[in-house]
Design a protein around this ligand. Structure first.
Ligand code: NAD
Length: 248
């Protein structure tokens, strides 16, 4: 399927591995030139090399609001402008209400909420001026159904979902769509860290009986960036093998 975005430009955050890299790869396959970032120069350069000529590596840390803004500013500097923004970053530490010190909440909000605000602040004005843009935020199925041992993630990602829903309605008339994609359990480094190398889909409650394939996830992100998805905005799409059991 031709997504109609050949020649567009994208900034994809935290893309040296996992869901960010898979999203960047799907966009490159759709004809988009991407700027990707990671904190480690060797890893992000290797990732860009894997993606080929239409990928630029930037060394940026998107753990803070200013870090998020700087990443997008550098991407604009290198690409001329950014049509597509995929926000992403590392997840906060695991923990329950009982085990999580209160000082950790501000850090989690900076990492998984304010960093996205920073990226949007740098990307959205140009998208609105040009009358075309796509923002896709990689969040978590925890927004829909909080995960007991991830109280920091549950808290910060619910907040950023409220921010993005508000922005989506504000910028829709300028040709800019804003959506979130909520991963369930995918076979990435992050999941191996959380669940161990033998993560078993059946005990994790995934009806498909499989972990998610990051490559498939990347294609869902790319579809939402496509021309045909121009009427989809303010949506929060779970990609979780049916794990979420609710109706809406
Ligand atoms: P991952 O750990 O496999 O990959 C994350 C990538 O981002 C790594 O390359 C890492 O080096 C980079 N990164 C981390 N912090 C960064 C920073 N501050 N600045 C720049 N780069 C940074 O993670 P993943 O599984 O791809 O998950 C991506 C996001 O989606 C995370 O926030 C995670 O919590 C969330 N998520 C993932 C899943 C899943 O199943 N994989 C499920 C729910 C939510």
């Amino acid at each position: 399927m031709d997504l109609g975005i050949t020649g567009r430009t994208a900034a994809v955050a935290a893309a040296s591995a996992g869901l960010g890299l898979a999203s960047a790869r799907a966009l490159v396959e759709a004809g988009v030139t991407v700027a990707i970032c990671g904190r480690d120069e060797d890893r992000i350069t290797a990732a860009a090399r894997l993606l080929g000529e239409r990928a630029i590596a930037l060394v940026c840390d998107v753990d803070t609001q200013s870090g998020g803004r700087v990443f997008v500013e550098q991407a604009i500097d290198r690409l001329g402008h950014v049509d597509i923004l995929v926000t992403n970053g590392g997840g906060p530490p695991a923990g329950t209400f009982a085990s999580t010190p209160s000082v950790e909440y501000a850090k989690a909000l900076e990492k998984n909420l304010l960093s996205v605000v920073g990226m949007c602040g740098a990307a959205l004005p140009g998208m609105q001026e040009r009358g075309w843009g796509r923002v896709i935020a990689i969040t978590s199925s925890a927004v829909r159904q909080p995960i007991p041992n991830l109280i920091l993630s549950n808290t910060a990602r619910a907040g950023i979902t409220g921010f993005l829903k508000t922005v989506a309605r504000e910028v829709a008339h300028r040709g800019v769509t804003v959506n979130t994609v909520q991963p369930g359990i995918h076979a990435t480094d992050r999941i191996l860290q959380l669940y161990g190398a033998n993560a078993d889909p059946s005990t994790l409650g995934i009806p498909t009986g499989t972990l998610g394939d990051p490559a498939d996830f990347g294609h869902v992100v790319a579809f939402l960036c496509g021309e045909q998805a121009k009427f989809v905005t303010g949506a929060n799409l779970q990609v979780d093998g049916g794990a979420y059991a609710g109706l809406i």
